[in-house]
Design a protein around this ligand. Sequence first.
Ligand SMILES: Cc1cc2nc3c(=O)[nH]c(=O)nc-3n(C[C@H](O)[C@H](O)[C@H](O)COP(=O)(O)O)c2cc1C
Length: 197
Amino acid sequence: MKKALHITSSARGGLSFSRGLSMAIIQKLTDRKEVGVVVERDLVQSPPPLLDEVLIGEFYKQPDSVGEEARHLLAYADAIFSEIDQADVIVISTPMHNLGVSAHLKAWLDQLVRVGLTYKFNEDGTKSGCFKNKKVYLAIASGGKMAFWPEGYEFIESYIKAVFGAYTGITDVTTYRIEGTAMGIADVDYQEILRDL
Ligand SMILES: Cc1cc2nc3c(=O)[nH]c(=O)nc-3n(C[C@H](O)[C@H](O)[C@H](O)COP(=O)(O)O)c2cc1C
């Protein structure tokens, strides 16, 4: 049975539309028995630590050269690496905040990406991501609608795809959106948004 990792990153708790959408994705996948086990990580309940000088120094060491005294600094990063390593399907939800991902999700990504673990340098200087055969579903909620922005103002899906592709090797990303949440939504029909899932 496949394992899913569900990452939520809205500070609006039960009111969150992005969380509602990612929960509906998880529900659909479990109903169809495509996933059997779901690991939850709420990035607002347990916020990722922000980077500092010491931690950045440890991140740029190859994993086998990290000393015992530094291991506790990497506890969060090690935990989220292991969660993603063990997951077949990763469902991530984020609010649109000032056109980008939530600060919590950005901080999670900054803890996830690690040389020697999520990506490696090849002899010719290019990089290769280390994960294979993982599927990402991305659920984005925005107060306005994408159609209101000029062309080229999509920064969330493109950013997630770029980071995952370059630094983890995960390239299979499918995005669902709930738009116009600040414009008054009476009844949210998540199933309609997910009709092609
Ligand atoms: C700090 C902040 C910044 C926001 N920036 C944008 C934005 O740039 N574009 C937009 O359409 N909505 C923006 N919104 C509205 C949210 O995207 C909207 O409330 C969405 O439903 C949030 O997702 P959630 O319901 O999962 O929390 C912003 C809201 C907040 C609190």
